[in-house]
Write a protein that binds this ligand. Structure first.
Ligand code: AMP
Ligand code: GLY
Length: 427
């Protein structure tokens, strides 16, 4: 079957790499893609915000499955439009994608269906929000309600920071995303991500991961989209994963169905593992980036039948096999990121970096400029490796990083530190 993948990041390169290995995939299109994706896909210049144009492309090119990478098109209803045109698409429809698109919606689902999460208040004006802060001192977390590209969350350690965050969000800086704020209890614990493939009724566990959101070593500096990740997350052992399914994922699936918006696609739960157990920080309605890169490295099953089963409602019969190994990915970013990244620098050495077995270099913001491979955005490469332990995967990934020649690039040197410390302590 012909497949169209939507997106242009490292997540989509990893998805393309996995889909390409499927016996069921004939032509793999990607819109818009990047330089790495172009090596394994036919990249097409489609305006993915024009859902009718995407549907038209699918009809003209006999596309049997559309796989949507990023949240933007999901939240604006690309799956609804494709469904209406009779084209199978992997991902939630707009009503179900509210689990990511609206923090307030997710909080309501949590309250109604007894899903453990931080206590919260929701406000549409600064006065009421500041009043709530007066009654609930720091540490406390202030969030813009809508999609704010990861920048709408302020973990305030002082009352002054919390008040400033409320004023900032209501200043209009986040546009429509800042029309409401959610203020929530600060959760103390270890963060981890849990993924499930869903078909509206059944949720099949689809791996765990931990990422590093801060730009600097030691988890310092500005927040980013993610500077690296590894899988599995040691804190989500079998017993804790079972609790996540019973207490969080299953009630969400049942609740969404009861609300008339059954959830299909990948459900990505951002969790805090607290002393009382797992609590939901947020849902995302798509794979994580760079978490997807480590999941795809570990996946031992053909991904295409699983994506189709999610669309068709047949996940109950599906089995997912994983490699025993751990996977780790190091993000190489352009200097300046997460601020204004330095674009246009030449990148070389990738063939040598990716030569060892068990190493893949997934591209994010790359493009070809004649013969040169150049950086075209903030997060540029995902140097990804398997290993018998997280330590071994990290060693392999960093050896590959060191083969890459790119003057403007930088990466964190401590990806995986928490898991590596655990492994060292075990001996
Ligand atoms: P979010 O965009 O909701 O994932 O929030 C971004 C980051 O803020 C999370 O990855 C956490 O590190 C932190 N965070 C969000 N909510 C809370 C909370 N209630 N307690 C502690 N940290 C939080
Ligand atoms: N790496 C975090 C995310 O994809 O949301």
């Amino acid at each position: 079957m012909n497949i169209l993948l939507i997106g242009s990041g490292g997540r989509e390169h990893a998805l393309a790499w996995a889909i390409r290995q499927s016996g069921q995939c004939e032509t793999l299109f990607c819109a818009p893609g990047n330089a790495g994706i172009a090596e394994i896909c036919e990249c097409v210049a489609l305006d993915v915000s024009d859902h009718d144009a995407v549907a038209g492309f699918c009809r003209d090119n006999a596309v049997g499955l559309v796989v949507v990478g990023p949240e933007g098109p999901l939240v604006t209803g690309i799956v609804d439009a494709l469904d209406a045109a009779g084209i199978k698409a992997f991902g939630p429809d707009a009503a179900a994608a509210r689990l990511e698109g609206s923090k307030a919606f997710t909080k309501e689902v949590c309250t109604k269906y007894g899903i453990p999460t931080a206590r919260y208040g929701r406000f549409d004006n600064a006065e009421a929000a500041l009043g709530y802060l007066a009654a609930n001192p720091a540490p406390i977390v202030v969030k813009a309600d809508g999609l704010a590209a990861g920048k709408g969350v302020i973990v305030a350690m002082t009352d002054e920071q919390a008040q400033a965050a409320v004023r900032d969000i209501f200043s209009g800086r986040f546009g429509a995303a800042g029309a409401e704020v959610v203020i929530e209890e600060f959760l103390d614990g270890e963060e981890a991500s849990f993924f499930a493939l869903c078909d509206g009724e059944t949720a099949v566990p689809f791996g765990t991961a931990q990422d590093h959101k801060r730009v600097g070593d030691g988890d310092t500096g500005a927040n980013t989209g993610g500077m690296g990740a590894y899988s599995p997350a040691p804190v989500l052992d079998a017993a804790m994963s079972a609790r996540v399914i019973d207490e969080i994922i299953a009630p969400t699936m049942n609740g969404m169905a009861a609300e008339g918006c059954p959830y299909k696609g990948v459900l990505y739960a951002g969790l805090m593992i607290t002393a009382e157990g797992p609590k939901l920080i947020e849902y995302n309605c798509r794979f994580g980036d760079p978490e997807c890169q480590v999941l795809m490295m570990r996946l031992d099953s053909d991904i295409v039948p699983l994506l189709l089963a999610s669309c068709d409602g047949t996940l109950k019969e599906a089995a997912v096999a994983w490699r025993k190994q751990a996977a780790l990915t190091v993000v190489m970013a352009a200097s300046g990121y997460p601020g204004e990244p330095k674009k246009g620098g030449t990148i070389s050495g990738l063939a040598k970096a990716a030569a060892p077995d068990q190493v893949e270099v997934f591209h994010a913001a790359t493009r070809h400029d004649g013969e040169r491979l150049t950086a075209s955005g903030g997060r540029v490469l995902n140097v990804t490796a398997l290993g018998d332990s997280v330590s071994e995967a990290a060693g392999r990934a960093y050896r590959a990083v060191d083969e890459i020649d790119w003057a403007d690039g930088f990466c964190r040197r401590d990806i995986g530190w928490r898991a590596i410390e655990r492994e060292m302590a075990k001996g």
